[in-house]
Design a protein around this ligand. Structure first.
Ligand code: HAM
Length: 417
């Protein structure tokens, strides 16, 4: 019997891990340059956390969570996290971190789970990398998170991206916009698809997200036209900061986001290198969420990006890093002699390997080539006896017999023998 991975999950093969690590390294370096600290939280939480934060009326909470446990349990069921924002906020509140400082900039990387219909770029287990800046209402922080993600994309060589931003207002101006939107949509309601009809009462803003009836809604009132003066001023600062940092963006009134907690700025990075699942990252400001979850009443902003989608945009696979050497057992030499030499080189900080399949010198040479080793390192009975090795520079073919110490020096220096 052949086993298959569960639907919507993927294996990351060694070839793909190389790219993954490149992305993770670039992201870690960028987060650290921008002053963000790493946080790690459980991959499952009490289900109630997501109802309270992600929102009762979102697709994610309504139908996409993997929920388990005993419904009779006093503390309720558990759900695999569909996003990392709620757990991150819970962790900061629960660990009383706001007592230590008012403003936290944290980042995270880890799996998230959504019971969606799988397709290219859309999985049931995927990986989010993201930030949450909690404790400031400064619009410059909104801009900082966007510049930060653009920097990560630059560091990994993804150039085909677009940033679209919008403001959805605050608790002062949003109710009037909600009414204006409802008044516009009400006469059209009978002609809209079933999903939109359901959203009308539960969360009318999500109708703007509708892919099916987009054309019918193209003249719908825009949140940007209903902003209060404070929200307008906030958006103006965000835009000016993006311009000052030369981060290209477009204001798009259709960006409403699929989660309930947003206020003011919302944004999405997408890539033309991807198919229909083209969102690389999404985020925005959530000024009331931390307070509503029992934390201080502070403004916050963040984003999350899909690692698998960034990897797709980066182009799939990459060769593993080239090793310093490949050791070849030449002639009638005891293999434990070769093993000893390889270990001495590795302990000196060099990378390399040897044959463990008892193959011919020719086949071992093929392995050295395939691994793209900088040096082939021949050890025959004579070399073994003298504690020496024959180095072959794989670039120019030059050969030289040297002591083991000298070989270490040469390889460490990266110099051609
Ligand atoms: P989101 O837009 O739901 O936002 O997800 C963020 C990113 O996760 C998406 O842009 C996409 O790249 C990736 N993603 C989402 N679902 C899938 C999937 N099924 N398969 C593969 N990738 C996926 C959030 O999750 C918010 N927590 C972002 C945030 C942080 N807002 C404020 N702070």
């Amino acid at each position: 019997m052949n086993f298959q991975a569960p639907e919507g999950t993927r294996d990351i093969t060694p070839e793909q891990v190389v790219l993954w690590n490149r992305l993770e390294k670039a992201a870690r370096e960028t987060f650290s340059r921008f002053g963000y600290e790493e946080v790690r939280t459980p991959i499952f939480e009490y289900t109630a956390l997501f109802h309270k934060s992600s929102g009762e009326t979102t697709d994610i909470v309504e139908k996409e969570m993997f929920t388990f446990g005993d419904p009779e349990d006093k503390k309720g069921t558990y759900s695999l996290r569909p996003e990392l924002t709620p757990g991150t906020i819970r962790a900061l509140i629960e660990n009383q971190l706001f007592a230590k400082k008012n403003f936290w900039k944290v980042w995270y990387l880890g799996p998230a789970f959504r019971k969606e219909r799988p397709q290219k770029g859309r999985y049931r287990q995927f990986t989010q990398i993201g930030v949450e800046a909690m404790g400031s209402s400064d619009p410059l922080v909104d801009a900082e998170t966007m510049v930060l993600f653009a920097e990560i994309l630059k560091a990994v060589g993804v150039t085909a991206w677009e940033l679209r931003i919008n403001s959805i207002g605050c608790k002062e101006c949003r109710p009037a916009y909600r009414e204006a939107l409802k008044a516009y949509i009400r006469p059209l309601l009978g002609t809209l698809d079933e999903n939109c009809q359901r959203r009308f009462e539960r969360n009318v803003f999500r109708i703007l997200d509708c892919k099916v009836d987009a054309e019918k809604l193209k003249d719908a009132p825009k949140a940007m036209d209903h902003l209060c003066p404070q929200c307008k001023a906030h958006m103006a600062v965000v835009e000016k900061a993006l311009q000052a940092c030369a981060v290209p963006y477009r204001v798009d009134p259709r960006i409403v986001r699929g989660l309930d907690y947003y206020t003011r700025t919302v944004y999405e990075f997408s890539s033309s290198a991807l198919g229909s699942q083209n969102a690389l990252a999404g985020g925005g400001r959530y000024d009331t969420l931390v307070g509503s979850m029992g934390g201080p009443d502070v403004g916050s902003v963040g984003f999350a990006a899909g690692v698998e989608r960034i990897l797709l945009a980066m182009g799939g696979e990459a060769p593993p890093p080239a090793p310093d050497f490949y050791a070849i057992a030449a002639g009638d030499v005891a293999r434990d002699e070769v093993f000893k030499t390889v270990m001495a080189l590795r302990r000196a900080g060099l990378s390399g390997d040897m044959d463990f399949e008892g193959r011919s010198v020719k086949a071992q040479m093929r392995s050295a080539n395939k691994a793209a080793a900088r040096y082939a390192l021949f050890i025959g009975p004579e070399e073994a006896q003298k504690g020496a090795v024959k180095l072959k520079d794989m670039k120019d073919g030059a050969e030289q017999t040297v002591s083991l110490d000298e070989a270490v020096r040469k390889l460490q220096g990266g110099m051609t023998a």
